[in-house]
Design a protein around this ligand. Structure first.
Ligand code: GUN
Ligand code: FE
Length: 432
């Protein structure tokens, strides 16, 4: 019987199934089945219950089936700057490379060219959900939003706010920034089930108190999430102290204006936080986007991921293009594990290194939690999946778990042969 007949929307996929219900270990079903009903997983198991025997199986043979990757932090307009200026620290890098590039996105032709490539690259690298900074420009930010919708990939897309301490080519008038943000949210909220707006103050040094206050109110009014940067660089932290002596720390500034977990919030970097700030993150259920490539490139530091995990804080991975030079989350997984070993040595072996299953968890279910039930194959999860053909990676004689380890450390986008988001197969975008 054809699986699409009648009202049934049931699909069954067969292959070597790998996911992480919890960070400690991989869940593996060799030659297993995933049953997807109405785009959600109902079962991942070694056999199919009798009641599904009429459904034909989509058989991926010796390939691996894993959850789609989640990027909790990247800057789409910085894509043309990948690899450039990375011998600088954060603040000079922003001034000399980042702001001049982001200023170009008032030009819709340029924006179309770059943003099409960004969405295509996310697709190519198996990033099925991402949380994205655009720029201050409403029109091109809306274009990016629409390109995501057209592609079928999931995303939160933010129009950036910045109204102080910025160059003339990239600064907003406070009232205009508030008006544009309201318009952007009103125009896009409810447009798509999987692509949504997010409030995006760039970071405290570039946002006035008046702007932050209004953005906090808007987050509440429209019930939309929030993203920003926190404690990435020591000069940045010093600057925030100078700008806001009335607050005890950096996190408290966001918190005071309703931008720190009052609605679901992601803070990128979080390298140099105080214990009190970390406690506030825990209380307010703030997500942290761990962006190791960027943190290395801009000499920002090594985030103590283990410390955050031990405290029970939500952590996911971010490519942070273009502070980060790689967009692929499997690359971010590998470098996260690698630098955690340096952190272990640096802390006199106090903060244990991250295991491969832990970094896989961070890049799937850890970040996926920001989207709801995303990033795993447990019952009720949205079926976001990748099919991995690792036949060129010398997998003979390896266990399935060893094959996933090898893919994370040595694979690339050519190993990803199919992508699914919320149950739908996603083809390569072909933007007109
Ligand atoms: N802090 C404020 N803006 C940025 C940015 O664009 N990239 C990074 N890495 N940090 C920031
Ligand atoms: Fe960033």
């Amino acid at each position: 019987m054809n699986q699409d007949t009648g009202k049934e929307n049931i699909k069954i996929y067969k292959g070597h199934i790998v996911y992480t219900e919890s960070p400690e270990k991989f869940n593996v079903q060799e030659n297993g089945y995933i049953i997807v009903e109405n785009n959600k997983v109902t079962l991942a198991n070694s056999s199919i219950p009798e009641k599904y025997s009429h459904i034909s199986v989509i058989d991926f043979g010796d390939k691996l089936i894993i959850p789609g990757f989640v990027d909790l932090h990247l800057h789409a307009p910085q894509f043309p700057n990948r690899g450039l200026g990375l011998d600088k620290e954060l603040l000079p890098w922003l001034e000399e490379y980042t702001f001049p590039e982001e200023a170009k996105y008032s030009d819709m032709d340029y924006a179309k060219k770059v943003y099409s490539r960004v969405v295509e690259d996310l697709w190519r690298n198996g990033t099925t959900r991402s949380v994205v900074f655009a720029s201050i420009h409403n029109e091109s930010t809306s274009l990016l939003f629409d390109l995501f919708v057209e592609s079928g990939l999931g995303a939160y897309v933010g129009k950036v706010n910045m109204d102080r301490n910025c160059p003339d080519i990239l600064i907003e008038d406070t009232q205009q920034s508030i008006k544009d943000t309201r318009e952007y949210i009103e125009n896009h909220i409810g447009k798509s089930e999987i692509v949504k707006p997010i409030i995006t103050p760039r970071f405290v040094p570039t946002c006035t108190v008046e702007l932050m206050k209004e953005l906090g109110k808007m987050a509440k009014e429209f019930n939309v999430p929030i993203q920003s940067h926190l404690s990435e660089n020591t000069n940045e932290i010093k600057w925030v102290k100078e700008l806001h002596p009335e607050h005890k720390d950096y996190a408290s500034v966001y918190d005071c204006y309703g931008l720190f977990g009052q609605n679901p919030t992601i803070m990128a970097h979080c390298i140099h936080n105080t214990e009190e700030e970390v406690a506030l993150m825990k209380d307010n259920e703030v997500f942290v986007a761990h962006c190791p490539y960027s943190n290395l490139n801009l000499s920002s530091g090594i985030m103590p991921v283990r410390y955050f995990l031990d405290k029970g804080i939500n952590v996911g991975l971010g490519s942070d293009v273009s502070g980060g030079n790689k967009i692929a989350i499997f690359d971010v997984m590998a470098i996260s594990a690698q630098i955690s070993k340096i952190k272990w040595l640096e802390t006199n072996k106090e903060l244990a290194p991250l295991t491969t299953s832990e970094v896989f968890y961070l890049g799937t279910k850890g970040g996926g939690k920001f989207f709801g039930k995303v990033g795993s194959f447990e019952e009720g999860y949205e079926f976001d999946a990748l099919v991995i053909d690792d036949s060129n990676l010398f997998g003979e004689g390896l266990t399935i778990e060893e094959r996933i380890q090898r893919f994370i450390y040595t694979g690339d986008d050519r190993n990803i042969v199919e992508r699914y988001v919320a149950g739908n197969k996603i083809e390569k975008p072909s933007f007109k």
